[in-house]
Design a protein around this ligand. Structure first.
Ligand code: NAP
Ligand code: G4F
Length: 336
């Protein structure tokens, strides 16, 4: 049985990756932060039937800002694979907490890589790199495109990217960067634009909300479906040689188009409900991210399956169902 350590297991990607690894027979160890309320809701699907957490999923309290907790986990678990998904992952928030973002999204990667190096365990390492690193470099972006980050988050991810490359070159660690373009689902954090839109559409359609306030509607993103993207992470660590890969759909849409499609799903005209406010704009914006994932297709055999319209419809449908369940008092939270 293989053992994996996943940081950021309570996040969108962490939850899908846990499901994938458990389905492949792994023993999975995940880190979670101490919180004053339940923060494991995204892991409820795998626990619901049992009524408790599966035996081969172990959760540990840890913080990426705390070297000791990271080093101890690597030494004690001696994992075959580490997936570093934990991060302060919100671009707009990184302008408000730049130093914290540099530490948790940037320097923490060195904490993990050093723990691997010092332990001598032959662990394979996945770094959650981001298309935000390309920033203002025009699309299409691939593995050879120069980085020009436009936020403290993007800068921190560039640091982590190069730390991963450096530990691969310096110490021969099997360390890979997945340069993932935006990927979404009904488990996406509620303050990222797609989920903000799908939730608002559901609440407006069900009569709980009257308007949706957004920032820059012209921004263009390459949005894929998150469960397919965690499959690519796993594939990278199954390769004989570590390497860096862009994961994307290659299809581009603006925030405006996302809103239009989401409101159309519930037969509403988006222009009647959406207004913009500068408070949701960023000091420096990334105008357009469109990925070229041909290397991943060629080497990993990975390709996206879900179209833009399918993604939008799925997210809106799930949120409409959640609002209805909430209305009917059907939502039961369990702590795992
Ligand atoms: P997410 O939903 O925001 O999850 C982030 C995870 O990191 C959560 O489990 C969070 O814990 C944890 N975390 C935050 N601060 C931490 C700290 N100080 N110590 C330990 N854990 C901490 O992000 P995601 O969408 O799943 O993305 C996963 C990773 O991929 C992130 O590194 C992100 O930057 C990167 N990425 C995401 C995308 C995308 O489109 N989703 C694209 C490219 C790269 P809490 O639940 O307690 O907050
Ligand atoms: O959904 P967003 O906040 O995602 P963003 O900034 O692209 O970052 C996400 O994808 C990255 C990969 O490229 C990840 F690395 C990162 O961790 C995160 O998952 O914003 C998307 C676009 C931006 O241009 C933003 O300015 O939507 C625009 N936008 C317009 N109105 C808004 C809003 N974004 C948010 N969050 N909220 C708004 O009201």
């Amino acid at each position: 049985m293989k053992t994996a350590l996943v940081t950021g297991v309570t996040g969108q990607d962490g939850s899908y990756l846990v499901e994938l690894l458990l389905s492949k027979g792994y023993e999975v160890h995940g880190t979670k932060r101490r919180s004053s309320s339940f923060n494991t809701s995204r892991l409820e699907d795998i626990s619901r039937e049992l009524g408790h957490r599966p035996d081969n999923l172990v959760l540990h309290y840890a913080d990426l800002a705390d070297s000791a907790s990271i080093t101890n986990l690597v030494r004690d678990i001696r994992p075959d694979e580490i997936y570093n998904l934990g991060a302060q992952s919100h671009v707009a928030v990184s302008f408000a907490v730049p130093e914290y973002t540099a530490d948790v999204t940037g320097v923490s990667t060195i904490r993990l890589l050093e723990a691997i190096r010092a332990s001598g365990v032959p662990t394979r390492f996945y770094q959650a790199s981001s298309s935000e690193m390309f920033g203002s470099t025009p699309p299409p972006q691939n593995e050879s495109t120069p980085f020009h980050p436009r936020s403290p988050y993007g800068v921190a991810k560039v640091y982590s990217y190069w730390a991963t490359v450096n530990y691969r070159e310096a110490y021969g660690i099997h360390a890979s960067n997945g340069i993932l373009f935006n990927h979404e689902s009904h488990r996406r954090g509620e303050t990222f634009v797609t989920r903000k839109i799908s939730r608002a559409v559901a609440r407006i359609a069900e009569g709980f909300q009257s308007e949706l306030v957004l920032g820059n509607l012209d921004a263009v993103r390459d949005w894929g479906y998150a469960p397919e993207y965690v499959e690519a992470m796993w594939l990278m660590l199954q390769q004989e040689t570590a390497d860096d890969y862009v994961i994307a759909t290659g299809e581009a849409h603006s925030v405006r188009e996302f809103a239009q499609a989401a409101f159309a799903r519930v037969n509403l005209d988006w222009e009647k409900f959406v207004r913009t406010d500068a408070r949701y704009e960023r000091p420096s914006e990334v105008d357009a991210l469109i990925g070229d994932a041909s290397k991943a297709r060629r080497v990993l055999g990975w390709k996206p399956q879900t179209s833009f319209v399918e993604l939008v419809n799925r997210m809106v449908d799930e949120d409409v169902q959640s609002v209805r369940d909430e209305k009917a008092g059907k939502l039961v939270r369990i702590d795992i």
